[in-house]
Design a protein around this ligand. Structure first.
Ligand code: UDP
Length: 245
């Protein structure tokens, strides 16, 4: 079941359901896009039609953040739980390893994807890393990147270029890629490489992961300050829907 949260169709699923539904695509001939919008990405869609269009091509859209959950609740279509992209990506790698599906890690600064690959292999038995590549390239490199990914034989692709670049890149190259599932996962490679730490579990449980990220990376403030706008937009959208009903 998908809910319209400020124009983005978000899947109402628990983490387990998301992993089950997405891993069903493993091995298929068509490349399925998975995107993990947070409140900031919902806001970007307001003024970026290309991003909204890219997201509309996704087979699965997970709610990555309390801001999205809050907006959903205001719109009276509450979502079951937050499905953080970083954790979803990891859980899908565990499923990929069980099924012998290879993974390509694309994105972040040079050396980060390789470091993440090493750490992920320590955590996930039998994980197959088919290839890695950093995320700094020119638009004319696209064909060469697609060729590298296809030649690697990978079935699963992590695209970690940050939003909205990763969503647009996936939508643009979807039909040329011979993977079955590709996920836009922002800074996840930095997290698994050990460059950026996740918040302590207690903070995640208390829905305060944003506060931890803010303390560690203060430059995020200018991005986070926009979050209350999502709440405002959701309230206005609810009013509009009620008036139209
Ligand atoms: N990045 C990249 N290519 C670019 C711009 C960014 O590979 O042209 C990477 C960057 O190095 C970082 C990730 O994209 O690893 C974005 O991380 P951020 O934490 O900003 O993303 P978020 O998780 O907040 O969406």
């Amino acid at each position: 079941m998908k809910y319209d949260i400020l124009g983005v169709m978000v899947d109402n699923a628990t983490m387990d359901e998301a992993v089950r539904d997405i891993s069903r695509y493993f091995g298929s001939k068509e490349a399925h896009m998975v995107v993990t919008p947070n409140a900031e990405i919902l806001l970007m869609c307001e003024n970026d039609r290309e991003l909204l269009q890219a997201i509309s091509k996704a087979s699965f859209v997970s709610a990555d953040g309390v801001g999205v959950l809050k907006a959903a609740k205001i719109l009276k279509t509450p979502l079951k739980e937050k499905v953080a992209g970083c954790d979803l990506g990891f859980n899908l790698l565990k499923e990929a390893a069980k099924g012998g599906h290879g993974v390509f890690l694309f994105g972040a600064k040079p050396g980060v994807a390789e470091a993440a690959a090493e750490k992920l292999c320590e955590k996930i038995p039998r994980l197959i890393i088919s290839g890695t590549r950093d995320g700094y390239f020119k638009p004319e490199d696209d064909d060469e990147i697609v060729r590298q990914i296809n030649e690697s034989g990978a079935d699963i692709l992590w695209v970690c270029l940050g939003a909205p670049k990763q969503e647009k890149w996936m939508a643009e190259n979807k039909d040329k890629l011979q993977v079955s599932v590709m996920l836009g996962l922002g800074g996840s490679l930095d997290v698994y490489a050990g460059n950026v730490k996740r918040a302590p579990k207690i903070m995640i449980k208390c829905k305060a992961e944003w506060l931890y990220r803010l303390i560690k990376e203060p430059w995020r403030f200018s991005r986070m300050i926009k979050i209350p706008r999502v709440v405002k937009l959701a309230k206005a959208e609810l009013k509009r829907r009620q008036n139209n009903a």
